[in-house]
Write a protein that binds this ligand. Structure first.
Ligand code: NMX
Ligand code: MLT
Length: 434
């Protein structure tokens, strides 16, 4: 398999590079941490390493050094499509190079060969109460696959530490291959009376997801490809990536670790914000009996803030400007649905809400993040059950976090175990400074 060969070829140099850095410069300080940061969610503390992606506070995400517009130019695409193969995205994340068409297709065919979902996974989903949130079903489905872990099998057989990455790669491919079918099953089981659509073997991973949801529209297939590219990774400190890494650092396998990551993604401050944002937009639309005037919208935004609530889709822990993942989806919407009233509302919110947040003066970043627009595009194509939106985020995010797990195992990253202090001790440290 090309992924395995390419990874194996890179490892000696990477291991030596990290070994030398730690040996020769291990005492060099990369950061200092203040009491405000300790109590403030460790914001901006430089304490994690990943070479898969980096979020510049102003420019936004780069995956393996490439911005999103650059990736849309260089990544291979299916014939007639405008958006790239997710197989090529996964290759890029894992290997760090832009794949050729053949290399992207090889990941797609690895996924096709591993895509069959054991029936017990569907039994787990069916056994849950009908009002269970789709993210709970998704996380449980991923966790139920844990018995398939090759890492666990090889670990019990006494595998050497340098080999850990190999079954982690196998587990990652086996899991990611099944995600479109599992997610689509959840959607059709929960919202379409269990009328399940089997995969089309001629379609790519993302196109098949669109097909299995029941949306037969080439534009929507392209939107799925775009969605899975832009949500895949956002460096290592976000909750889903960090939770996955933390759990994986105990040598828990890919299934345990990524299920933990999904549980973090399910929170309203993180991935659930896409669902919350759609709910807020529809609420605004219904309150105003259509797209409100600019003044009406200002008032509604202030009412939301004054009632102690957040405006979902706005603000970010790292970004200081508009998220480029917002921009690329906004451009897609401008091209494909300029007449859609909910899209027009999202556009107006983008014009009005940052000003309101600036006036309120609390949010460090008043600009839109990825979740401010993603649901609007899904809604346009008929995915109106917005508590499904975070599952789509999860399908994509598991590409990034599983690629990171493969590298964490390859580089022998240790168990994560920061030190905690008591408030007495913090006060003592503070008093020494005075
Ligand atoms: N609406 C209202 N208040 C906000 C918002 C917002 N969109 N964003 C930040 N604030 C408040 C925040 O609650 C905090 O208030 P307080 O001092 O009373 O605790 C204050 O502004 C300072 O927060 P920041 O330092 O700007 O933001 P922080 O880094 O703590 O949190 C988010 C980042 C993204 C959690 C925050 O901006 C937020 O809650 N946004 C809305 C939810 C959202 O869109 N989340 C999705 C993020 C992207 N993702 O997919 O994960
Ligand atoms: C993400 O994609 O993970 C979010 O933008 C949150 C983050 O980066 O903190």
């Amino acid at each position: 398999m090309i992924l395995k060969e390419k990874l194996a070829a890179q490892l000696p140099e990477w291991r030596e590079r990290v070994r030398r850095l730690v040996k020769d410069h291990g005492n060099v300080k990369v950061d200092e941490i203040t009491i405000a940061q300790v109590y403030g969610g460790m914001r901006d503390v430089k304490a994690l390493v990943t070479d898969i992606s980096y979020v510049d506070p102003v420019e936004g995400i780069r995956l393996r050094g490439f911005t999103i517009p650059e990736l849309l130019k260089v990544l291979p695409k299916p014939p007639g499509a405008e958006m790239p193969y997710s197989g090529g995205v996964y290759y890029l994340l894992l290997i760090g190079e832009v794949p050729t068409q053949e290399e992207a297709l090889e990941v797609e065919s690895e996924w096709r060969a591993r895509s069959e979902v054991p029936s017990y996974v569907y039994d787990v989903i069916r056994a849950m109460p009908a009002d269970t949130h789709p993210m709970t079903l998704f996380s449980q489905a991923v966790l139920s696959l844990q018995r398939e872990s090759l890492f666990v099998k090889r670990y019990q057989e006494g595998m050497r530490r340098e080999e850990y990455w190999e079954p982690t790669l196998e587990d990652s491919l086996n899991l990611t291959a099944k995600l479109p079918a599992i997610a689509a099953f959840i959607y059709r089981w929960k919202f379409k009376e269990g009328d399940i659509i089997p995969p089309d073997p001629d379609l790519d991973w993302a196109g098949n997801f669109a097909y299995m949801l029941g949306i037969n529209n080439p534009d929507y297939e392209d939107l799925a490809r775009l969605y899975f590219l832009i949500h895949s990774d956002h460096e290592s400190g976000n909750v889903s990536a960090h939770a996955t890494h933390l759990v994986g650092s105990a040598l828990s396998d890919v299934y345990y670790s990524t299920s933990a990551g999904l549980n973090g993604l399910a929170g309203p401050l993180h991935g659930l914000a896409n669902q919350e944002c759609m709910a807020w937009l529809l609420d605004v639309y219904n309150t105003a009996n259509g797209v409100p005037s600019r003044e009406e919208l200002r008032q509604i935004a202030w009412d939301t803030l004054n009632s102690g609530q957040l405006i979902p889709g706005y603000g970010h822990g790292v970004l200081k400007k508009t998220d480029p993942r917002f921009t690329v989806q906004f451009e897609f919407g401008k091209r494909c649905m300029p007449e859609d009233e909910i899209f027009q509302l999202a556009e107006l919110v983008h014009e009005v809400v940052p000003e309101v947040l600036k006036e309120q003066g609390k949010a460090r970043n008043p600009w839109p993040n990825v979740d401010a627009i993603s649901g609007t595009l899904q809604y346009h194509y008929g995915i109106r059950e917005f508590d499904f939106y975070t599952v789509m985020f999860g399908v994509s995010r598991l590409l990034g976090v599983s690629a990171n797990l493969v590298w964490a195992r390859a580089l022998g990253q240790p168990i994560e175990r920061p030190k905690s202090f008591t408030t007495d001790m913090m006060e003592e440290i503070a008093s020494q400074e005075q």
